[in-house]
Design a binder for this molecule. Structure first.
Ligand code: T1G
Length: 652
């Protein structure tokens, strides 16, 4: 084997059969840092002049090809060589350059590959341009080269969604030319075969004809979905105008990228990106091994339990479902199988996957059948006595080292744990409904939860592809504590002069998919009503209390299912209900409040401040470990627009 040439600290190469095989080794994801860019530039210059080099292969060390530009360098002055310059060198090299995609080629990573003259992917590789998820657009040729390679419609879909595609789909789309298990060998052969031949330079490819009406329709849909975000709109503009001269398109793209990179929206989304990677780092758990989990028991196979089961089966766990009777257990199985069948119908799961998951599911009405479980999650009726009784029964059938998790939303897990033989093995896993869809998982650290049990909860959350946020014990944990505070402030606003639809409009303009009162109606008013009635005796009479929601419930306005709540639902359509307006006006008069109009800005200011104030209390109480955790909970559990960064970021 020829000697290795070190072009920089992170870029080295060896020559094999006349091909310079360049490897990028910049852990953890081979981001195109300034050292990587410099090393690549030197390797290309060497290849151009070295007589013994007929072609180049570029590949990555580890499990990622290139994870993109180094997001940590954003906000710092750009250092030469810039990525577009390196990419220009690749495309313009006189000798063939072949990308050997050993893993994820994302953002700038795919842009490097697009400038290569051919692309070979390993079967496990994935490619994508996720920049819009960071509030920016591709800044190194993606919006100009990808359409030239796969056409404007396909490029529009990938760039505005930011989704990644696996190797097989990339092959079908024409992003990669070959999928090969023996990756580098295949890439070397491809480079040798291209030596001395005219090279396919992506930037010089003609643009495949596309139906303007189709493009206009797709673009309109994307803009509607963007809900006012700038990046998707700019991506649409750049891609749909990419049939102009390459240099012009690249200049426009770069200027747009730089402008967006420093925007509030991009800063917010970068905050969320890093927050998501921070949330599973829990102080004091360094070096603590989670307990092995292979079989998960799920007690209660209703909406929540069946969702958790689907999530667990999808992650490769065996699942034993328990319900009160054989009939209920069988009904639960049908519900779970039905959800799996929906995954097959939607293409999210193939038939083989369906069969493999189905055989890993068993259901029972007999507690003792849970004996093999390493973890048992209860999702039974949210009543303390019911949960305590269940956990005490489970104590008698599962191993002492098995982990017990409660999915309770509002009960005190410490009280449940205290009733068991081994409280150290109890924690909360608060899933959000539907549990097989929602990423957020509040991992509740009870007073006695053992460190390795908490580590087990985090490890299971990661395997379930959930976003874990650790919370201490308080009523409603992080999410519902903040939600209660923000809902309380919204009801104060009603008394002060605003109306439900005005508050909802302000929230939807801000980027919430649905306003608070519309969500309230969808979830139903009775659960909050029951909790308020439970708390009535202990309520501090000096505290402001709004009776409007109680009046609605007392008059049968229990929400969408009842046909009326905060709104009226005529034929399912949500409409303003003058009777509700009258109830609100009467409540104001009863307290002698002279109502005033509120602008959307004032409504938002009050609601966002209420969220942030409650967040600060949760931090002071040690319930939340860091402000960014609170942002993640509100974004992933309550519709807070990610491109605003979260209530703590906004008020930071
Ligand atoms: N820059 C800097 N650090 C990054 C990074 C990046 N692009 N990607 C990941 N990290 C860090 C991450 O913070 C974590 O750090 C560690 O790597 C492992 O990440 C010009 C301008 C590649 C699929 O958006 O999707 O290119 O917590 O836990 O699960 O047009 O990371 O260990 O300290 O996610 O194996 C576009 C973002 C950038 C891809 C690997 N690229 N990254 O997943 O590891 S903008 C992206 C990912 C761009 C160009 C534009 C994933 C991954 P720490 P991880 P993973």
């Amino acid at each position: 084997m020829n000697e290795t040439i070190e072009f920089s600290a992170t870029v080295s190469a060896t020559t094999r059969n006349g091909v310079l095989v360049v490897t990028i080794d910049n852990p953890p994801v081979n981001a195109t840092s300034v050292d990587v860019r410099g090393g690549l530039a030197k390797a290309l210059a060497h290849a151009e002049t070295a007589a013994d080099v007929t072609g180049v292969v570029v590949t990555g060390a580890g499990k990622t090809f290139i994870g993109g530009a180094d997001i940590k360098e954003f906000g710092k002055p750009a250092m030469d060589p810039t990525l577009p310059a390196v990419i220009q060198n690749i495309e313009g090299l006189s000798k063939p350059v072949v990308a050997a995609l050993n893993g994820a080629a994302l953002g700038g990573g795919l842009e490097v590959a697009l400038a290569c003259h051919s692309r070979v992917a390993a079967p496990a590789a994935q490619v994508g341009l996720p920049e819009v998820k960071l509030g920016i657009v591709p800044g190194a040729g993606g919006t100009q080269r990808l359409p030239r390679l796969i056409g404007i419609p396909a490029a529009l879909d990938l760039i505005t969604s930011g989704r990644s595609v696996k190797a097989e789909e990339a092959l079908k789309l024409g992003i990669v030319d070959t999928v090969a298990a023996d990756l580098v060998e295949a890439a070397i052969s491809a480079a040798s075969a291209l030596a001395g031949k005219p090279l396919r330079r992506t930037g010089e490819l003609g643009m495949a004809a596309a139906d303007p009406a189709e493009i206009a329709k797709t673009s309109a849909k994307i803009l509607a979905r963007a809900r006012g975000q700038k990046a998707p709109a700019e991506a649409v503009r750049l891609v749909t105008s990419s049939d102009r001269p390459l240099a012009e398109g690249l200049a426009d793209e770069r200027a747009t990228f730089l402008a967006l990179r420093d925007s509030r929206e991009a800063t917010a989304l970068r905050h969320v990106f890093f927050a998501e990677r921070e949330s599973s780092k829990v102080e004091g758990l360094e070096g603590i091994e989670p307990r092995p989990v292979r079989t998960i028991g799920i007690c209660g196979l209703g909406l929540m339990g069946s969702g958790i089961a689907v999530s667990a089966l999808g992650a490769g766990y065996s699942v034993i479902g328990l319900d009160q009777t054989a009939k209920a257990a069988e009904k639960g199985r049908e519900r779970i199988i039905g959800l799996l069948e929906r995954n097959v119908a939607s293409g999210r799961l193939d038939q083989a996957g369906f069969e493999a998951q189905k055989v890993k599911l068993s259901v029972t009405a007999t507690d003792a059948d849970l004996a093999p479980c390493d973890l048992v999650v209860e999702a039974v009726f949210d009543d303390l006595a019911v949960k305590i009784d269940l956990f005490q029964r489970l104590d008698r059938v599962i191993r002492p080292d098995a982990v017990l998790a409660t999915n309770t939303s509002y009960l005190n897990p410490d009280e449940i744990a205290a009733a068991t033989a081994h409280p150290q093995r109890v924690l909360g896993l608060h899933f959000f409904s539907p549990a097989h869809v929602m990423r957020l998982l509040e991992v509740v650290r009870c007073a006695k939860t053992a460190p390795d049990v908490l580590a087990t909860g985090l490890a299971v959350a990661k395997k379930l592809h959930k976003l874990p946020v650790v919370t201490g014990v308080t009523e409603g944990f992080i999410g519902n504590r903040i939600f209660s505070a923000y809902r309380r402030e919204a009801e104060f606003l009603l008394e002060d002069g605003a109306l439900p639809h005005e508050i909802d409009a302000a929230l939807e303009d801000y980027g919430f998919p649905m306003g608070l009162f519309a969500v309230y109606d969808m979830a139903g008013l009775e659960i909050a009503w029951a909790r308020r009635k439970r708390q009535a005796a202990a309520r501090d009479p000096s505290e402001r209390y709004v009776e409007i929601a109680d009046t609605l419930c007392e008059t049968g306005r229990l929400g969408q299912k009842a046909g009326r709540g905060w709104y009226a639902y005529l034929d399912g359509k949500r409409t303003i209900d003058p009777d509700v307006t009258a109830i609100i006006q009467a409540a104001r008069a009863k307290k002698g409040i002279a109502p005033r109009a509120f602008t959307k800005e004032e409504v938002l200011e009050r609601l966002l401040s209420a969220m942030a104030a409650e967040g600060k209390v949760l931090l002071a109480e040690g319930i939340a470990a860091r402000p960014s955790d609170i942002d993640l909970v509100m974004i992933n559990g309550y519709g807070f627009p990610a491109h605003k960064g979260g209530p703590m970021f906004v008020n930071g």
